[in-house]
Design a protein around this ligand. Structure first.
Ligand code: NPG
Length: 369
């Protein structure tokens, strides 16, 4: 199959509420959407790189370059036998997993439509609903945090993740735990601590957390292993796991006991599935992270989260948790049992609303073979 055209859309979507992590506060999410055309079919993908290199070195700017100048010209020349081809085609490019993953997602969507199979089925998923949680940014005060947690719990979210940073952890977690003694709770530091902060992180052991996510720098695998040896709470790695190799190293070193799988961070769904397999073989629980995706990226995340090793609820909230307006129809909704339904239609299984995408597009370019 040859591609007839590829369009890149740089969108800037207003968030419903500002989102603050240890690396900063955002009010809008910038992202690149990709549309692939092949005959009468259209495949959509989403690249999770952000506007600045705070979570990873990739940005919408670097991803635009890698897509526009390297991946797209090669993709338009290639006779596709399946999304798997992308790995061979792009093997010479170092890094830039988010740019690759965006294109891979659109190829999967196209492939599913061509074969009339859902992405979930193509990946080997086993469920049509997945349990989900919500990720709560750092709040201005503990009172505000308690109100926010209460609101999400009332909506039916099954587990809550709190963003933390130095000085904004023990008091916050204690207050939430006291108010919600049974709530499955976890925290995410986005690499804000150093090994010397172990004493404060050890204090969190008292609150029966599911996990502490990415406490130290992404390169600090050895330091994470030293920290894990001192903690009862499992460490979960996110930013540190850039491929299945990183996952194997981290597990062999004892740097974590849980892995957050984000296809966008590891170069796509195939690599994400390899990490899932490795973790399954070793009995290590995984869950699907989120990067404030639109409905397009969320559909892809939901599909991978149907694999059997995803035993913990993902950062996969309903559309109305993130955006004033969703770019797909219908929006993703939270079911009364704290799950989200996984689309069963061909490919991503969602109806993309180009009119809405165009409203938020700040840069657009179309390429043809
Ligand atoms: O529900 O999509 C979601 C957000 C989950 O907290 C979340 N994501 O560090 O994992 C993270 C964080 C993130 C958001 C990372 C945006 C990068 C960009």
């Amino acid at each position: 199959m040859y591609l007839d055209g590829i369009t890149l859309f740089l969108i800037r979507l207003p968030l419903k509420a500002p989102f603050e992590t240890s690396t900063g506060r955002i009010t809008h999410r910038e992202a690149i959407l990709l549309r692939l055309e092949a005959g009468s079919l259209e495949g959509w993908g989403e690249c999770v790189a952000g506007s600045v290199p705070d979570y990873s070195y990739e940005t919408t700017g670097t991803a635009w370059h890698v897509l526009r100048d390297l991946l797209i010209p090669a993709a338009l020349r290639h006779d596709w036998q399946g999304p798997e081809d992308l790995q061979r085609l792009s093997a010479w490019i170092r890094g830039h997993p988010m740019a690759r993953a965006g294109l891979e997602m659109a190829l999967w969507d196209l492939w599913g439509q061509q074969k009339n199979r859902s992405l979930r089925d193509l990946l080997g998923g086993e469920r049509d609903q997945v349990p989900v949680g919500v990720s709560i940014g750092i709040q201005p005060s503990i009172e505000e945090l308690l109100r926010t947690v209460e609101g999400f719990v009332a909506q039916g979210y099954r587990r809550v993740k709190l963003k933390i940073k130095p000085g904004r952890e023990v008091g916050e977690v204690r207050a939430v735990r006291e108010a919600f003694p049974e709530l499955p709770l976890q925290v995410d530091a986005n690499a804000a601590y150093r090994l010397e902060d172990a004493p404060v992180l050890k204090e969190l052991d008292a609150f029966d957390l599911l996990l502490i996510e990415q406490p130290l720098d992404e390169d600090d695998l050895l330091e994470h292993a030293r920290l894990q040896a001192q903690l009862r709470t499992p460490i979960c790695l996110d930013e540190s796991i850039k491929s299945a190799r990183h996952a194997r190293w981290a597990l062999e070193m004892g740097a974590c006991r849980v892995i957050n799988i984000k296809p966008g961070r590891v170069g796509g769904l195939l690599e994400a599935r390899r990490i899932h397999e490795l973790c399954q073989q070793r009995g290590v629980p995984v869950w699907c992270g989120g990067m404030l995706e639109t409905g397009i990226g969320r559909a892809s995340n939901l599909a991978i989260a149907t694999l059997p090793g995803f035993t913990l609820p993902g950062d996969l909230s309903a559309s109305d948790r993130y955006y004033v307006e969703e770019v797909i129809d219908p929006p993703f909704a939270l079911e009364p049992d704290g799950t989200i339904r996984v689309p069963g239609g061909p490919g991503l299984g969602v109806t993309v609303r180009l009119d809405r995408i165009l409203r938020y597009t700040i840069r657009m370019e179309r390429f043809t073979g």
